[in-house]
Structures are given as C-alpha cells and as structure tokens.
Design a protein around this ligand. Structure first.
Ligand SMILES: NC(=O)c1ccc[n+]([C@@H]2O[C@H](COP(=O)([O-])OP(=O)(O)OC[C@H]3O[C@@H](n4cnc5c(N)ncnc54)[C@H](OP(=O)(O)O)[C@@H]3O)[C@@H](O)[C@H]2O)c1
Length: 291
C-alpha cells in the first residue's frame, strides 16, 4: 500500500493517477472539503484527515509499505512543511514502512532565511536522513503545471508577467515527470538514501518562457517585468496590517530573487537512475493546452 499526502495537489494527484493506472493499492490522504472524486473513481482508498492532526497521520500510516509526502502548506510552513512531515516520518518508522519519498524543493539546502518553507524543507531533509528509514529526497525546480494558468492567459491575451530579473535561470520541470519519479523512487535500488535535484531538460532564462508560449500559441509575447523593489514595497506595506501575510510572501520573494536550475549532470543523473527522458516546457504546454 502507498500512502500519498497532498493527493489532490499538482504532484499528488498525478502520483495517485499513475499508481492507479498501474493498479497499485493507494491510500490518498485528503481533506473533507477538497475535491477528491476523481481519485476515488480511479480506485484509490480515500483517507479523510487533516495533516495538522497527529492522530490522523498515525492512522493513515497503518498497514502502509511506502509513503510519498507530496503535500503543500498554503503558507502554514511550521505546521505542514515541518511538523506534519516530522510526524509522518516518525509514524512511518513505527509502522515499519519500507521507503519514504519526500518532495522537497530545489535549493532547500541554501538556507533562505526569508522563506519558512525552504527552512522547513531543509530541516525535514536532515531529520529523514538520520531517521533510519530508507528514503529518497526529490528537490523539484518550478513545476510546469504552475505555469498552465499563465499560459492560458498568454493564449488569450499574449500577456506575460515576470517578477524579478528576467535573466534569472530556471529548470521548469514537468509535473508528470516529478510524479513518475516519486513512484519509481520508492522501489529503485539506486535511489535508496539519495537526494536528487529534479529539473527539466533545459536551463531557461525566465524571459524565454513567454517566447516558448509564443511558439505554442503562435502569437507575439507582450512581457511586463516587475522589479523586485516593487514586490518589497508592497510587502512592506502589507506588513503594517498583516504581518503573517508579509512573512508568507517571503517564499515568493525567495523564488523571484534567486536562480533555481539543475545542471546537465543533475538532469543526466535523474534520467539514468529512473530510466526516463525529461520533458521540456514546450512539450508539456503543448500536451495540455496546444490545439
Ligand atoms: N509548485 C511548485 O512549483 C513546487 C516546486 C518544488 C517543490 N514543490 C513541493 O512539492 C509539493 C507539492 O506541491 P504542489 O504544488 O503539488 O502542491 P499543491 O498543488 O499546492 O497542493 C497542496 C496539497 O496539500 C494538501 N494539504 C494542504 N494542507 C493540508 C492539510 N492540513 N491536511 C491535508 N492535506 C493538506 C492540499 O489539500 P487540499 O486540496 O485540501 O487543499 C493539496 O492536496 C510541496 O511540498 C511543494 O513544496 C512544489
């Protein structure tokens, strides 16, 4: 039995879909108010719970062979990116789980002070590495599925917004590829107790993304760049009446201000270990939105 947290999320729903296509017994950890009908129809066992409640985590881990932690936090880094993962690891260990796959983030080890999510990922990575469990840590770059709403807006208007330096490099990765790798990692001997940066096959400057959309939708890009100081000014203003939101914007600031890309050697390592070819952003966008 696979336990998948974040089963309704971008990566999680794809993991459940691929597991069920392969008829693997799958427990999908979902919240009652989320939309999980599709997972149910695909034959996943639906576990209703809340990852902020340890008793739900303990129950969800019962009888499980593999855990794939793929949940997000919606700004609650302490409770979800950190605490929920620590408890998942503890209960997985107590239940004798064979392998734990953790979806971290590219650059987690850089210790960005401004992003509670990055800090939580780094602490969870360390905890998992010393837990005694068999594990694989995946550190994805930005997900291509994040860009689908922007691509749709581009298709309709030609408009594309970049926050920060347009020359910054990124390795946008297919969300389907990340899901496939997470599943393979659970049973691939060469992936045992290893950490993999996971990026798409090409290093892109951010300004190249609207050019790719331009090719997919056959229209001229109209790119607007917002300098970082404007984000900082807005953030500062928000801080006066909503310090919590100001803090959670730290992750957006971190993502906008820095480069997140994988080297050719890192891409090769993933392709060799998991025996697959990484998909480009152009192919992903065409597959989902092309005519
Ligand atoms: N998006 C990216 O570009 C990116 C890049 C690198 C790494 N990652 C990492 O990859 C992982 C998955 O990201 P994603 O973008 O696929 O996530 P996502 O689409 O934002 O989905 C988040 C998932 O977490 C679930 N969740 C949130 N709070 C919960 C709670 N209290 N109890 C139970 N479930 C809860 C959500 O359930 P509901 O449906 O109920 O809200 C949803 O299924 C995250 O750890 C993220 O940090 C993401």
């Amino acid at each position: 039995m696979f336990l998948v947290t974040g089963a309704t999320g971008q990566i999680g729903k794809r993991i459940v879909r691929f597991l069920r296509e392969d008829e693997q017994p799958t427990r999908a950890f979902v919240r009652l108010d989320s939309n999980y009908r599709d997972l149910e129809q695909r034959g996943a066992e639906i576990f209703i719970g809340d990852l902020t409640l340890e008793k739900d985590i303990a129950k969800a881990c019962e009888g499980v062979r593999y855990v794939i932690s793929a949940h997000g936090s919606g700004g609650k880094a302490q409770a979800l990116d950190y605490r929920a993962n620590i408890e998942l690891i503890d209960h997985a260990k107590a239940q004798g789980v064979e392998h734990f796959v953790f979806i971290s983030v590219l650059g987690a080890q850089r210790g960005y002070e401004d992003s509670p999510t990055f800090k939580a990922k780094r602490e969870v990575e360390k905890y998992l590495q010393s837990s005694g469990l068999n594990y694989t840590i995946l550190q994805p770059a930005g997900l291509a599925s994040n860009l689908l709403p922007l691509a749709e807006r581009f298709r309709d208007t030609g408009f594309y917004l970049i926050i920060g330096d347009p020359q910054n490099r990124t390795s946008i990765v297919s969300s389907d590829d990340v899901a496939k790798i997470a599943i393979k990692a659970a049973t691939t001997e060469e992936a045992k107790n290893k950490t993999f940066p996971v990026g798409g096959p090409e290093i892109l400057k951010r300004e190249e993304i609207p050019e790719i959309f331009g090719r997919v939708f056959n229209r001229e890009p109209l790119t607007v760049t917002v300098p970082l100081f404007l984000l900082d000014t807005v953030r500062e203003g928000i801080g006066f009446f909503d310090p919590q939101t100001q803090k959670s914007l730290g992750t957006l600031r971190t993502l906008s201000a820095n480069e997140f890309f994988c080297t050719e050697a890192e891409v090769n390592q993933v392709e060799t270990t998991f025996n697959m070819k990484m998909e480009s952003l152009e192919s992903f966008t065409t597959r989902y939105l092309g005519t």
